[in-house]
Write a protein that binds this ligand. Structure first.
Ligand code: ZN
Length: 180
């Protein structure tokens, strides 16, 4: 544990000296510009520092925050706000919050989709009812048509018998005239 802490301290020292050297090499104007650009405003786990360097994840070995994970720019530290320093648990909370927001959005979208689906289903159901009504109306018409056909057949039969009766009367009339 002590070895780790020593290693961490040395690493910090190396990075800090590196950052000092890095900053010294810049012109005053560039320094001012970069000071404005630096500091991470993004949410969630950071990937890059504003200075363009990829951030690293480390474990804190300090007495105030022992074992606490953090992301930082290799050129910065907790007290140097010109480079990125972010506690991983805080990033995690942001990630969870953003994820929850996304889930809420998905839930809202899915409920809207479900409502649309329900409307579609009810429309389909009413269409099916209309189709069934149409079918029953058509079958009613068919029955009526069959009834008409039967009536026409009956009328035809009546006409035939009437015709026979007329023929009989005429024949009888003629026979009466011939033989009487
Ligand atoms: Zn940086």
């Amino acid at each position: 544990m002590d070895n780790h802490y020593f290693f961490f301290q040395t690493l910090c020292l190396i990075f800090y000296t590196g950052s000092l050297r890095f900053q010294k090499n810049r012109t005053k104007k560039n320094k001012e510009e970069n000071r404005d650009d630096m500091g991470d405003n993004g949410r969630g786990f950071p990937t890059y520092c504003r200075c363009g360097t990829r951030v690293i994840r480390l474990t804190s070995k300090t007495i105030t925050n022992p074992g606490r994970l953090f992301h930082k720019c290799p050129y910065g530290d907790e007290n140097n706000r010109h480079h990125l320093f972010k506690w991983t648990d805080e990033s995690m909370v942001e990630e969870i919050e953003d994820m929850k927001q996304k889930f809420d959005e998905i839930e809202r979208a899915s409920s809207t989709f479900e409502k649309g689906l329900q409307v579609c289903e009810s429309e389909m159901e009413s269409l099916a009812i209309e189709t069934r009504t149409c079918c029953s109306v058509v079958s009613g018409y068919e029955k009526e048509l069959r009834g008409f056909e039967k009536e026409i057949e009956d009328v035809k039969m009546e006409l035939k018998s009437l015709k026979n009766m007329v023929v009989c009367v005429v024949v009888f009339g003629l026979l009466y005239k011939l033989f009487m």
